[in-house]
Design a protein around this ligand. Structure first.
Ligand code: DUC
Ligand code: ZN
Length: 458
């Protein structure tokens, strides 16, 4: 089956150019002006932008958190992703401490295989360090898992400085890349105890116990550990200007550091935690927390300058009933926000349309850079001949209002309720087949495939 997308403007990291796109089966066959090649079907996309399918390199589907499990599993989460233009997710496989990496990988395959609507890969969480985990690493690469995650907070998952150093040294020798959640666990713990002792148990205490400078401290410490290990690292979900300055110092020292941020840190601020309505405040609890509004400018500026490479979502969704598990104690509110469905339209509407970033920069942050960083390029992340025909047809003229009731994710709220978009996604193509049209997911059964990934090439 050959399909011609005719009359659109193709977006790449380098900018935009008018071009038709010929799809042959699952691949892009040709990109060019006035393609005359015989096609079985022609779709008119005049006036639309054609982005490569978005890649969300930070999701948590079917994850056990704080005594409950995320509301979205691979089935519902990936369906929501696809609806929002995300044709590939990279989720965090997460063995418990004491379990092997292979166990974590098999568990994640069980959760995802045959149940995922978009293409998918896994990062592997390293939450323990010992000889047997070290010995498992080469086989992770052989099985297409070339990126890893470590936590500097959360007792169930965090590793100490020594183990982080050794793990990074090993990853360096194997050519791996590691994302790190940077927050200072010890001081946060102390601050939580102080707030609770003072009788502060509501969501308004949450941001006070996880201040931006404790994130910056952890970023700085991680980057010195990475310097010792001579290993490139990714700072995941970075939220603030002070943390960015630590990255800048490390880059000046010659270190390779990649930075990810998320729409919630670009668009929302901590005032939501001070809402007198408990449920309205609790729904925004995530870690790191939302920051002061002024931090948003620092993030947008860094994105514009290329100092932030990727925007992922950290989609970790709970229903309001699940959030209510922390009614008496804010530390028991399961942390995380839904967002896998809304990232593309939000980045376009509040980034490109507001001239904070260009369409090319959006393409870099959502497509090209994650594809290169996580070993998927140019199969994913580009509208090039030979690439997978994953395409988002974005119509700048069809605005709408984001409402939870319209969303496919398995939650009963969206943090972006009432946000007005500038344009919207008209259709989404996954490996040559139109999978979403005008907000409706056309796929009845999941046909996402596991992506065995190569090494970092960013
Ligand atoms: N932060 C969250 O809020 N949820 C999931 C994991 C994380 O780092
Ligand atoms: Zn996360």
């Amino acid at each position: 089956m050959r399909t011609l997308l005719k009359g659109g403007t193709v977006v790449s990291g380098g900018g935009m150019k008018r071009a038709d796109v010929l799809i042959d089966g699952e691949k892009i066959a040709a990109v060019g002006r006035n393609l005359k090649d015989a096609a079985d079907a022609v779709t008119d996309v005049t006036g639309c932008l054609l982005f490569p399918g978005f890649i969300d390199a930070h999701t948590h589907f079917a994850l056990d958190v704080a005594g409950t499990t995320t509301a979205d599993d691979f089935f519902t989460g990936s369906r929501a992703a696809l609806r929002g233009g995300t044709t590939t997710v990279i989720d965090f496989a997460c063995p418990n401490k004491g379990e092997s990496l292979h166990h974590g990988m098999e568990l994640w395959h069980q959760k995802a295989d045959g149940r995922t609507f978009c293409d998918y890969g896994f990062h592997m969480t390293i939450d323990d360090w010992n000889e047997s985990i070290r010995a498992e690493l080469p086989d992770m690469f052989a099985r297409g898992i070339s990126s890893f995650k470590m936590y500097m907070t959360y007792p169930a998952m965090m590793v100490g400085d020594r183990d982080m150093y050794w793990a990074l040294k090993e990853l360096r020798s194997l050519g791996g890349i590691c994302g790190v959640h940077c927050e200072n666990a010890g001081v946060i713990d102390g601050m939580i105890a102080e707030r609770k002792a003072a009788g502060q148990t509501g969501p308004d205490a949450h941001p006070l116990t996880r201040p931006p400078y404790l994130e910056a401290e952890a970023v700085s410490r991680l980057l010195r550990i990475a310097e010792a290990a001579q290993c490139p690292v990714v700072i995941v979900h970075l939220t603030n200007g002070e943390a960015l300055r630590e990255v800048e110092h490390a880059r000046r020292r010659g270190q390779r550091v990649y930075v990810e941020t998320c729409p919630q840190y670009l668009l929302l601020d901590e005032s939501v935690y001070f809402n007198a309505d408990w449920s309205m405040a609790a729904r925004y609890v995530c870690a790191p927390p939302l920051r002061e509004r002024t931090e948003q400018d620092a993030l947008w500026k860094a994105l514009r300058r290329g100092e932030i490479q990727t925007v992922s979502t950290d989609h970790c969704s709970f229903t309001l009933a699940q959030k209510a598990l922390g009614r008496e104690d804010f530390t028991k509110i399961p942390g995380g926000l839904p967002g896998v469905e809304t990232r593309g339209e939000l980045l376009y509407s509040y980034g490109v349309a507001k001239k904070r970033i260009s369409a090319g920069q959006m393409c870099r942050a959502l497509c090209e850079n994650p594809a290169r960083l996580y070993g998927l390029f140019p199969r994913k992340g580009a509208v090039w001949p030979g690439s997978d025909a994953d395409i988002v047809v974005y119509d700048p003229g069809c605005s709408h209002v984001i409402r939870a009731e319209d969303c496919a994710a398995n939650t009963d709220y969206t943090p972006y309720e009432g946000f007005v978009t500038a344009g919207g996604i008209r259709s989404v193509w996954l490996r040559g087949t139109m999978s979403v049209e005008n907000g409706a997911v056309l796929e009845e059964t999941p046909r996402g495939t596991f992506m065995a990934r190569g090494k970092n090439a960013l």
